[in-house]
Design a protein around this ligand. Structure first.
Ligand SMILES: [Ca+2]
Ligand SMILES: [Ca+2]
Length: 281
């Protein structure tokens, strides 16, 4: 009898635990953010948001986190202009203006790649992307019109150049997406063009154009590519080399990301100070 009861209690507890996982609150629009630029969801469901706060003002940038119950708290502070976010293992990496930071689970952080570690000092580090091997890729948007560059950050933090403005396709690189071990997808903020970069030889192939002030870049498991346009506040899909409008009306759609289940696009509307959630279809 006792055994049976114990089994029943255990079964009930398991059921409650699973219910807790599946019934995480629906994602509601978040407001009151301080110039949010980028967003990433960790395996445990926590969503991290980078907030530039005062643009070009150092020390006031921060990372907030939205837990599975929809509670928003400040996670890490004292950054400059934090933008692109990426997760490797239990560490969060941040492209912070001229350097890369590594943030631990408790919100403390250290410099992972210093400004001086880049062959040419970055002006505007923007998107950050991790590959499956644990390397990072970071775009430097230069002066947002020209002079940009793209670097690979190897495990340990050393930076090697992937491409710079000697390549005429490189104006103001922004969104990056690791697409297998040998190539990177990239969108340029100035030209609004989507490229595939061959990491073995640095060659660029134009895939699509017309994305305005292209910012974030994601690809779903079924191969759909979404790109945000910061300048006009739009979300596009790349279809047969063209930009197809998905949603408009944002003030400045910054670095979009997908939720873990791939079903939802997370859209930081920088100037509105909001994080929106829309279906990725
Ligand atoms: Ca700032
Ligand atoms: Ca960006």
């Amino acid at each position: 009898m006792q055994k049976k009861l114990n089994k029943k209690i255990i079964a009930t507890l398991l059921l409650m635990a699973f219910a807790g996982i599946s019934q995480a609150k629906d994602l509601q629009k978040v407001t009151g953010l301080k110039m949010p630029e980028s967003v990433v969801q960790a395996k445990d469901g926590t969503i991290y948001i980078s907030e530039i706060n005062g643009f070009d003002k150092d020390g006031d940038g921060q990372i907030s986190k939205l837990d599975r119950d929809g509670k928003l708290t400040v996670f890490a502070t004292g950054m400059d202009d934090p933008k692109g976010l990426a997760i490797i293992g239990d560490k969060l990496y941040v492209a912070d203006k001229t350097r890369i930071l590594e943030v631990s689970k408790d919100g403390t952080w250290k410099e992972y790649t210093s400004a001086a570690a880049f062959a040419s000092k970055p002006k505007f580090l923007n998107d950050l992307e991790a590959d499956h091997a644990g390397n990072l890729y970071v775009s430097d948007s230069g002066d947002l019109k020209s002079g940009g560059q793209i670097y690979k950050i190897s495990k340990g933090g050393s930076a090697t150049l992937v491409a710079d403005s000697k390549n005429s396709n490189v104006l103001a690189p922004n969104g990056l997406l690791s697409d297998g071990p040998k190539q990177l997808l990239e969108v340029d903020f100035e030209s609004g063009t989507l490229y595939r970069i061959n990491l073995a030889n640095g060659k660029f192939t134009k895939l699509a154009e017309g994305f305005g002030g292209a910012d974030g870049l994601v690809k779903t498991k079924t191969g759909k590519i979404f790109i945000s346009d910061w300048k006009t506040g739009k979300i596009y899909k790349a279809v047969n080399g063209k930009a197809v409008l998905v949603k408009e009306g944002y003030q400045s759609a910054a670095d979009i990301a997908l939720t873990n289940d791939g079903k939802t696009l997370m859209v930081p509307d920088m100037k509105a100070g909001e994080l929106d959630f829309i279906p990725a279809k």
